[in-house]
Design a protein around this ligand. Sequence first.
Ligand code: AMP
Length: 549
Amino acid sequence: MQGLMQEWPLVCHKIIDYAAAIHGARPVVSRSVEGPIRTTTYADIARRARQVAKRLERDGIRLGDRVATLAWNTERHLEVWYGLLGLGAIYHTVNPRLFREQIAWLINDAEDQIVFVDLTFVPILEAIAGELSTVERVVVLTDAAHMPETALPNAVAYEDWIAEVDADFRWADFDEGTAAGLCYTSGTTGHPKGVLYSHRSNMLHAMTVSGVDMMNIGCQDMVMPVVPMFHANGWGLPFAAPLNGSALVMPGPKMDGASIYEMLTRYGVTVTAAVPTVWLMLLAHLDEHGGALPDLRRVVIGGSACPRAITEAFQERYGVHVCHAWGMTEMSPLGTVCTVRPELGHLSEEETLRLQEKQGYPALTVEMKVTDDEGRDLPWDGTTFGRLKVRGPAVAREYYKGAGGEILDADGFFDTGDVATIDPYGYMEITDRSKDVIKSGGEWISSIELENVAVGHPDVAEAAVIGVGHPTWGERPLLIVVAKHGHAPDKAEIIDYMRDKVAKFWLPDDVVLVEEIPHTATGKIKKTALREQFGDYELPAEAARPVTL
Ligand code: AMP
């Protein structure tokens, strides 16, 4: 027997309609690419999204068509998103930090028909325009006064383009399984693969991540997604904020410490989210110039492991609660959030900080397991590590156009490529990417854990660890370090500092000081580049080595 409740498809444009109807006056503040800070509201965004949809339809865009955005987090980007969603077209957020050839490849693979581009990225598009086989029009996200001279196909200024129609547009009808958005994985090996979100998966993900024990946002909040919309759906915040009536602060093109601090304090941001690199920049700015974060109550940190030093600085110096989170493009993206549960309320401050190094536990919609290489389940004991696999309604079941073939195991679980432990409470901790873990004498060494410990040293700004070949042990860890501005760390002293914090055989065999550590387009340490650079590194001879195994 079926239930007798109404059919109400979980389609994403309902979110902006709801925000306009119930929280219509709530502000959306954006640092514009042109410079000034603009303030608009959910009611304005919903109205202009309908204009976008109506104007897109006039340009021939229909249900299922792909449209690219190369854009920062601004209100215009949001309008375009929701306009596309209400038309049943698919937003394809392209990461502008990728190499130009990759951007061209992505746009061709997606078969995008229109590209919405911020002024910043017009030169990128101009450089690859000749290679784009499906793009018929480029809409530059600006007004006539700022529109550059360009030979891009059918180029038009967004404000002119949108002004040609009114907002009298009825959203298209389609079911909730319809594709909504396309985002490619970073593709460190081979071509990136497309993850095709549905309206239903985005909606369920947005409802889940809003929860009190997840992002914890409501209508009292001023939410600033520093994480870009082109990075895995902006962690769901462009959906979750309007869904909860939270006001939004969009940082636009400026993500340096001073600019982020300005937005946080000037607009009373209460919840924000970004990768650790952004927070290192903010904390460095605060160290140098002083300052306080009186309104900020929660900072969500993920994308790579959040070092304990960041958690301590936010919590102890600024009274801001850190919420460590883990996820991936294939998961919409949030998988786990580290919230302290009542059964762990007795932990000391020190033990709580240790707990917060874990990536946390999942919500209802993410099922997890760890297995060995043969697919056998491993115990949830907090120490046995294995392949982390996930299943749920906002997890990919296959890649766009079938790239990569079958990606689920017999039980429908997706292998995340991460190596992790799960403790008896269900808290997961990432040990490493499976390809980054250092295999030494039959044991595994976590590069992430070594990096986290190393950045706790007062002279170290950033640290990366890779495995380099060793005749006896197979691989040994090499620590690569960027010094804090004006500091000159001593290699042996760094190792000494780490000595009582990790197992003895984990201690790096050597330390290299570099000016800069390379990052991927999503702000993660680019281990492939480091392995290329230091793959043949000669570790010091046994006697000279700082560690004796
Ligand atoms: P992406 O799809 O670009 O978001 O990358 C996803 C990958 O980033 C995950 O599979 C992890 O390897 C890594 N990652 C994300 N969040 C964390 C975290 N909190 N700690 C450690 N690694 C993380």
